[in-house]
Design a protein around this ligand. Structure first.
Ligand code: THU
Length: 148
């Protein structure tokens, strides 16, 4: 693993595998009757792991992504100290073929609560196959209000 990531997140491979497994657990609850694309997320916080899944809606636009489900679950319970998020996504009933990168809206929501240089996004196909990026790598020049 790249030294930068070791230092930033202090996560071992075992922690990462655990978080990916939790993302798969979250994915099991995905409600995706329209796209058939099921996503799971596991958010590592100072208060443990919050999982999430995508929740689609017949209006389409009211759909909530897995990452935001996990983040909103944590924030709604008073937890805003986030360290990392693992994401898994793929079509229902098929093998996961690609890394599921978070959409732009989810990246923006992450940036509301985290330090973009140290928050880590783990995109996984399996507990053994994953890529790790910081939020600043995935969201350079994200919008921020300094005086919040
Ligand atoms: N989706 C997520 O859950 N996370 C993302 O970051 C991108 C997309 C969901 C939304 C929708 O239910 C399905 O994937 C297909 O777009």
């Amino acid at each position: 693993m790249h030294l930068k990531y070791c230092k930033i997140i202090c996560m071992t491979d075992i922690n990462i595998k655990e978080l990916i497994n939790e993302a798969f657990e979250g994915r099991a609850n995905a409600y995706a009757p329209y796209s058939g694309f099921k996503v799971g997320a596991a958010l590592l916080t100072s208060n443990g792991i919050y999982t999430g899944c995508n929740i689609e809606n017949s209006s389409y636009s009211a759909t909530n992504c897995a990452e935001r489900t996990a983040i909103f679950k944590a924030v709604s319970e008073g937890v805003k100290d986030f360290k990392a998020i693992a994401i898994v996504g793929g079509y229902d009933g098929k093998d996961i073929e690609d890394y599921a990168a978070p959409c732009g809206v989810c990246r923006q929501v992450m940036s509301e609560f985290v330090d973009s240089d140290s928050f880590v996004i783990i995109m996984a196909k399996s507990p053994e196959e994953y890529v790790v990026k910081t939020l600043s790598e995935l969201l350079p020049l994200g919008f921020k209000l300094e005086n919040k």
